[in-house]
Every structure is written in structure tokens, then in C-alpha cells.
Ligand binder design. Structure first.
Ligand SMILES: Nc1ncnc2c1ncn2[C@@H]1O[C@H](COP(=O)(O)OP(=O)(O)OP(=O)(O)O)[C@@H](O)[C@H]1O
Ligand SMILES: [Mg+2]
Length: 500
């Protein structure tokens, strides 16, 4: 149905696509797979009319087509869910779904939006997408995962022939992912062609019929999912064997560095208490929306606290803003990098050193060589794909932006490091590197809190696990006792009995 031949796209300093071929058929789900910076989103943006290719051809049902603007792409029946969501924060859910295609009032009132009909139609689409919220809510009020579902509803509203989804599940809960997969199955059986991008290989193997693999902007293989293995896919993607999964080093766990007592916040957090030790990795598990991020925001001084006490090294401290928290040696890698983690208009070096200006200055002056040294070492350690340290961060691929956020907080040399979904959107190789780095930091006595929705990551990395549900701590597990089943059992337990 859709074929791409010899597509190339160059950005200053980067050959993002190099004579790429690609195809997807009606009623088929095709995975577009590759490391961070391989060119997946660029290919998608060419098909969406956001970028213009330097060379190459796009065919639809055998006929060459020109896609020069988003409007062209739209009229050809292509709809795209972008990796960095494309919603207007201060408009309502319903307005976002129908943006540019507003439903008008009948007759002489035609110049007015038909709010009733828009809201009603939006409600139907949201139900199809499994989203339960008021369509009149402003999008900025929604969680990341709900924003993602609004994008899905929007794509469904168009009745497209081809739906392209760039990492749609990176912010979804397990349950929401299941729903999305049901939607994809339905689209597939009604003859829609679906392109699916994800770094979660389990998902890729479950939902995709065929895979196209990109490496460094080149198409390196097309595979039938049923006739390939995870290892073969990784080898093709990375260009070498990755070996076994990362095995956590045993760090020396010593004194208590942080005590949180009876924490409460206006965002629904109640009576949360826990300790954290030097050298320890404390995992925070729970469903999305269980309050894990909100606990960290209250701890880091972003949100007000309504109750509770924070002790560092046994002494009560007053943290009322992120700068108080940083002064006490706390670092925070937030989950929503575009809002809280990065200054998109600044370059890689400025972002990496942003939270550690003191370390790279002397008597108030920035020392270039130090900034360059620090930045260079992170670019190397985390293999950040960028043509230079001066590249503006908005031009990096999604996963590479995430690596810059992680670097920024690692550069502060924190004593306590909070990581909220640190490997979201990160490819398999870089994920292993981030795990290795976390483990190394723990061995250097740093105390780490890691929120993750991936239970396998929680189990692999945590010495202890706090399980949250609806703003409360439901229980705690030791590494030795923990299993997926136990975590789920605690997370879903109805009563408060057994709270550790
Ligand atoms: N607007 C831009 N200006 C300059 N370079 C860009 C721009 N957009 C992308 N690039 C570069 O093109 C390359 C491919 O990026 P792309 O976003 O397509 O990667 P990706 O495969 O989607 O990665 P990820 O898995 O991290 O999302 C990267 O090196 C990126 O830095
Ligand atoms: Mg991308």
C-alpha cells in the first residue's frame, strides 16, 4: 500500500536517512525498529509532511505521491501520532481532537463552533480509545499517559488508511497498552495499515507482523516477526551482540541518608514514610497514577507539602524549592523531559552543565574547558548521538534528549539521586549503560531512588522496593523476597493491612 524508495534526509552534521526503503500493506502492522537516533522519527516526519526528503520516492498503491506539507499527508489518508505529543495545552481535550477540523453550528451560526456536538463526538472517540475523562478538561491538566490516549483518539477520528505511531506506549500503563493493542487489532482487521515504533521488544514481537530495522540512518533489514528472534533483532539493530542483560553489582549499603516521615501533598499524597541508605537503590513500583512522581515532587520541593518531615543524615531539613533540594545534594531526573528536564532551545553542553554551574565555574566565571570535559565524558559514556556539544537539544532524537537529562543530574554529583522512569524511550544498548552507571554510582555511596513502570527493571535494579497505590505506600519488599506477583498483589490490595 505504502512504499518508500531510496529516501534520504540530511540535517547539518547528520545524515538522518540514507537511501531508506520501507513498505507497509493494508491490514498489516509493521514495526520500525532501531537505536536512539537511527532515523525512525525522521522517516515518519517525512511521511507526515513535516520534513522534506532530499531524495527518494513515496508510492501509494503503486502511484508516486508528493508529500510537501502536513495537509498533503493528511489528504492522502495518513495520520501520525508523534513521539513528542502534538497537543495544545490550554485547549480542551475535545478541541484538540478536532483541531483544524472543527465541527460548526448549523445555518447562520456556522461561524461558531458547535460545542455540544464536538464534546459528544469527542466523548465517543475517547471511549473507543479507552480514555475516561471529561472532554472539556484542558489537555495540560492531563497526565502524560492520558495525553497519549488523546492523540490516539485524534488519530481514530480521521478514518485514516495509514496510522503511524511513534513510541505510543512509552508513557502508557500496562492496561492502557493492552487497550491500544486491541485498537490496533481492530484497525488491522478493517484494512488499515499500521506502523508501530517502540523500544519495548516484547511489544514489538507481540503486535507486529513484519519489522523494518534502521541503523545510523540506513535500512539494514526487513524481517518476518514470526521467523526471527529477539537476539537476531538486537544484533541487526546494534550491529553486534549485546550479551546478557546487565547484572547489578553488589554495593555496600550503609547509613541512613534520607528519612521521609508522614509526607502529604495537595496532589493526593498521604502518610508516606520511607528511609534510604547510602549505596542503596530503592525502587518505587505501582501503577501510573499511584502517586510515585508526586511523592518525589513533594520531596524535591516542586509541590507544596501539607504534612511531613524530611531528615538528611538524621537532621530535619527544610526543602521548599528545588534549589533547596539541590543544596542538600539531591538530584531529580523528571519523567516529562520536555516540560521539566530540558531547555530545548539551549545546546547539549549548556543543558548538561545547567544544574552544576558551580562545578564548572571559578569565582563566578564559567570555565569552558571544564564544561567541555564534563559534557564530553557524558556524550561518550551514554553514547549520546549528536554532531557536536553545540547542537540545540530540540534537534536530538527523543532517546538522546533523555540521555542529556540523565547526564545533567549525574553531573551535579548528587548524594541522593531520584530517577523517574530513567530509561523511558531509551534503546536496549543505552538502557544497559544507564543501569551500569546507576550501579556504579551506588558503589560510590550515592543513594538512589528509581521510579519505573517496568517491573523487570524494578526487580533487576532495586535493593528494596516501595509499592504505592492511590497516593499511599502499600508495602515494602526486600530484593530477596520480591517478585512480579508480589508487587502486583500489594499494589492491588484493597485494605491497608500489612503496610510496612
Ligand atoms: N530537526 C533536526 N535538526 C537536526 N538534526 C536532527 C533533527 N531531527 C533529527 N535530527 C537528527 O537526526 C538523527 C535521527 O533522529 P530521529 O529523531 O529520527 O531518531 P529516532 O530513530 O527517532 O531516535 P529515538 O529512538 O531516540 O526517538 C539524529 O541524529 C538526530 O539528532
Ligand atoms: Mg524518535
Amino acid at each position: 500500500m505504502l512504499e518508500v524508495h531510496g529516501l534520504s534526509k540530511r540535517f547539518p552534521g547528520v545524515q538522518a536517512l540514507d537511501r531508506v526503503d520501507f513498505d507497509v500493506d493494508a491490514g498489516e502492522v509493521v514495526g520500525l525498529i532501531g537505536e536512539n537516533g537511527a532515523g525512525k522519527s525522521t522517516l515518519i516526519k517525512v511521511l507526515a509532511g513535516v520534513h522534506r526528503a532530499d531524495e527518494g520516492q513515496v508510492l501509494l498503491n503503486g502511484e508516486p505521491v508528493g508529500i510537501h506539507t502536513p495537509q498533503d499527508s493528511f489528504s492522502l489518508g495518513i495520520s501520525v501520532i508523534f513521539q513528542e505529543l502534538n497537543l495544545v495545552g490550554n485547549l480542551s481535550v475535545a478541541e484538540n481532537i478536532f483541531l483544524g477540523r472543527e465541527l460548526r453550528s448549523p445555518g447562520v451560526l456556522r461561524s461558531f463552533l458547535d460545542f455540544g456536538r464536538t464534546t459528544q463526538r469527542a466523548q465517543q472517540l475517547m471511549q473507543q480509545a479507552g480514555l475516561n475523562c471529561d472532554p472539556r478538561l484542558a489537555v495540560e491538566e492531563l497526565s502524560l499517559s492520558h495525553k497519549q490516549m488523546v492523540e490516539v483518539a485524534k488519530a481514530l477520528s480521521i478514518n485514516s488508511k495509514i496510522i503511524i505511531m511513534d513510541e505510543p506506549t512509552s508513557t502508557l500503563t500496562g492496561q492502557e497498552t493492552e487497550l491500544l493493542f486491541q485498537i490496533i487489532e481492530r484497525l488491522k482487521s478493517s484494512g488499515v495499515a499500521v506502523v508501530f515504533v517502540s523500544h519495548k521488544l516484547d511489544e514489538v514481537f507481540r503486535i507486529c507482523d513484519r519489522l523494518h530495522v534502521l541503523r545510523d540512518g540506513r535500512h539494514v533489514g526487513a524481517l518476518q516477526t514470526a521467523r526471527t528472534s529477539r537476539d537476531e533483532l538486537i544484533r541487526l539493530m546494534v550491529g553486534r551482540d549485546l550479551g546478557t542483560l546487565f547484572v547489578k553489582q553488589e554495593a555496600q549499603i550503609s547509613d541512613t541518608v534520607l528519612e521521609v516521615r508522614d509526607l502529604g501533598s495537595p496532589k493526593g499524597i498521604e502518610h508516606v514514610s520511607f528511609d534510604l541508605h547510602r549505596g542503596e537503590i530503592l525502587g518505587f513500583a505501582g501503577l501510573v497514577g499511584s502517586g510515585r512522581t508526586e511523592v518525589m515532587r513533594a520531596l524535591f520541593g516542586i509541590d507544596k507539602r501539607t504534612s511531613g518531615e524530611i531528615l538528611i543524615d538524621g537532621r530535619p531539613v527544610s526543602i521548599h524549592s528545588p534549589s533547596d533540594a539541590i543544596a542538600h545534594g539531591i538530584g531529580f531526573v523528571p519523567e516529562d523531559r520536555q516540560v521539566q528536564g530540558l531547555v530545548l532551545g539551549m545546546d547539549v553542553r549548556q543543558n548538561v552543565t545547567l544544574a552544576s554551574l558551580q562545578a564548572v565555574s571559578e569565582r563566578g566565571f564559567l570555565i569552558d574547558a571544564r564544561e567541555q570535559g564534563v559534557t564530553g565524558s557524558f556524550i561518550e559514556k551514554l553514547s549520546i548521538r549528536t554532531p557536536s556539544q553545540e547542537q540545540i537539544v530540540v534537534n536530538l532524537s527523543g532517546g538522546n534528549q533523555q540521555k542529556v537529562v540523565v547526564s545533567k543530574w549525574l553531573a551535579t554529583n548528587p548524594r541522593i539521586l531520584i530517577l523517574d522512569e530513567p530509561t523511558r524511550g531509551i534503546d536496549v544498548g543505552a538502557k544497559k549503560e544507564i543501569h551500569r552507571l546507576m550501579s556504579q554510582l551506588a558503589c560510590q555511596n550515592v543513594a538512589i531512588i528509581m521510579i519505573s513502570s517496568e517491573l523487570s527493571e524494578i526487580l533487576a535494579m532495586s535493593d528494596r522496593i516501595v509499592v504505592m497505590h492511590e497516593g499511599r505506600k502499600k508495602g515494602e519488599l526486600d530484593r530477596a523476597q520480591a517478585s512480579q506477583e508480589k508487587i502486583m498483589e500489594i499494589a492491588l490490595r484493597q485494605t491497608d493491612q500489612g503496610v510496612a
